[in-house]
Design a protein around this ligand. Structure first.
Ligand SMILES: [Zn+2]
Length: 390
C-alpha cells in the first residue's frame, strides 16, 4: 500500500523545494513519487498525512568514531588537540561490555536523529557487532597510525587483516592524519588504493601545531610524540603546511579531508589544483569542543568545494546529530538551510558512493524521510527538532 505524506515544504535536494509537497512512499520506504499537493489532489490521492514543517531525506554523517562512544562527558572541553589525544588514550581501559553498550546507544541516537548512513573511523574490531545489527548503513574506515617507517609494513598488514574481519561490512584502509603517517605507510595505502576500491578519509589541519610541525618541526606536537613514544628523527620539516606537505602522497581517488580548521585559501587552491577527488568534512561541534575554534567555513563554501558534515565522536561532542552541526554552522556563518541540507545529504551520499539509494528524495531511492519542525524560514534554533517519518 502506498503512503501519502505532505508537509509545508518538501526538500527533494535533487530539485528545488516544493511548498506543500507530497511524498508518495511504497511500503518499504522506496520513494514512488514527489509532487505538489494540487497535483496529488487532481490525481485523486486520499489519506494524505500533513505535517507543519519540512520533509527532508535521511542525513549522512561522514565522520564518526563509534568505538569512542563510551567517552561521552569524560574529556574536558577546550583542552586543545594534544591534550585531547592523551585523554582518549588514558581512557582506553574501559570494559568491552561498557564500550559495546555505549556504541549501541550511540547507534540508536543517530537513528533517532534522522541519520541513515555513517562513515565511521575504527582502530579496532569492537564496533563490528553494533554495525552488523544496525539499521544504519556503515562504511568503516580502518585507520592506520604510524610515524616509524620501519613499522609501515606491519601496520598495513594489520589493517588488511582487520578489513577481512569486518566483512561483509564495507570497509577501507585510511591514514589517520598528515602528522601520524610515515611516507612508507602513505605509499602502502596509495599502492593498495590503486588496485582496490579503497575509499579514503583523513583528519586534516585540526590545529595550528599541525601546520607548525610540518613547516618547522616545532610546536606542541613534539611533546605529543614524546608522550606517544614516537621516534620522529626520520622526519624533516617541509616548510609547507600539513596539507600541502602530504597531498601528493594520497591517491587521486575520492578522499575526505576532515576538520580543516586551519586550512587556508592557499591550501585549498594548492590541493584542488593537483587532486580533483577531494571532499571536505566539517565537524563544527567537535572543533568547538576540542579547540574552541571553527574553520573558515565561509571561505570553504565560497570556494565551491564538495562539503560534507560529520559529528565526530561522543568523546568530543555532546550528541551525534547532523542537525546540531547544521545549527552551529548556521549560527556562525551565512548559510542557507538549503546549502546545509545539500552538504548533509547529497554530498555525503556521493562521497560514500551510495547516492543511488540515499541523499535525495527521488523515485526509486530508499533515502529515509525526516520531518524537521520549528525552523521558520529555514532558521535552525534550539527549538528546531527532527524526527524520522520512515
Ligand atoms: Zn575524528
Amino acid at each position: 500500500m502506498l503512503q501519502y505524506i505532505s508537509a509545508s515544504v518538501v526538500y527533494p535536494v535533487s530539485s528545488p523545494p516544493i511548498e506543500n509537497g507530497v511524498i508518495v512512499l511504497e511500503e518499504d520506504g522506496t520513494v514512488h513519487a514527489v509532487l505538489h499537493l494540487e497535483q496529488a489532489k487532481e490525481q485523486g490521492f486520499e489519506n494524505i498525512r500533513h505535517y507543519d514543517g519540512f520533509l527532508i531525506p535521511g542525513l549522512i554523517n561522514t565522520h564518526c568514531h563509534l568505538e569512542l562512544s563510551h567517552l561521552v562527558g569524560k574529556i574536558p572541553e577546550h583542552t586543545g588537540l594534544q591534550a585531547f589525544v592523551q585523554q582518549v588514550i588514558k581512557h582506553r581501559d574501559s570494559s568491552e561490555e561498557m564500550i559495546s553498550e555505549a556504541m549501541q546507544k550511540a547507534d540508536l541516537e543517530m537513528l533517532a536523529n534522522g541519520i541513515v548512513a555513517v562513515g565511521d573511523i575504527s582502530n579496532q574490531l569492537v564496533s563490528r557487532a553494533t554495525k552488523t545489527g544496525s539499521r544504519l548503513y556503515y562504511h568503516t574506515f580502518i585507520e592506520t597510525l604510524g610515524f616509524n617507517p620501519a613499522q609501515a609494513k606491519t601496520i598495513f598488514e594489520r589493517a588488511l587483516k582487520m578489513k577481512e574481519e569486518f566483512k561483509p561490512l564495507k570497509a577501507s584502509i585510511v591514514p589517520h592524519a598528515p602528522y601520524s603517517i610515515s611516507k612508507e605507510l602513505f605509499a602502502a595505502i596509495k599502492d593498495y588504493s590503486l588496485k582496490e576500491d579503497n575509499l579514503l578519509s583523513m583528519h586534516n589541519q585540526e590545529t595550528e601545531d599541525e601546520n607548525l610541525f610540518f613547516q618547522s618541526k616545532q610546536g606542541a606536537f613534539l611533546k605529543l610524540y614524546e608522550f606517544l613514544g614516537l621516534d620522529i628523527s626520520s622526519f624533516s620539516a617541509t616548510g609547507k603546511s600539513a596539507l600541502q606537505s602530504v597531498i601528493d602522497e594520497l591517491p587521486k581517488s575520492r578522499v575526505l579531508l576532515v576538520h580543516n580548521t586551519l586550512t587556508s585559501v592557499e591550501d585549498i587552491r594548492f590541493a584542488e589544483s593537483i587532486h580533483d577527488g577531494l571532499y571536505w568534512c566539517l565537524c563544527p561541534n567537535a572543533n568547538l569542543y576540542i579547540e574552541n575554534r571553527l574553520p573558515d567555513v565561509q571561505m570553504l563554501a565560497d570556494a565551491g568545494l564538495n562539503i560534507t558534515i560529520g559529528t565526530d565522536s561522543l568523546a568530543s561532542n555532546h550528541q551525534l546529530s547532523i542537525l546540531a552541526e547544521m545549527k552551529t554552522l548556521q549560527e556562525n556563518f551565512n548559510l542557507s538551510f538549503e546549502t546545509l541540507l545539500k552538504w548533509a545529504t547529497w554530498n555525503g551520499a556521493v562521497y560514500l558512493g551510495i547516492e543511488g539509494d540515499y541523499g535525495t528524495l527521488e523515485k526509486g531511492k530508499r533515502p529515509g524521510l525526516n520531518l524537521v519542525e520549528f525552523a521558520p524560514e529555514g532558521k535552525i534554533s534550539d527549538k528546531t527538532s527532527i524526527r524520522r517519518i520512515i
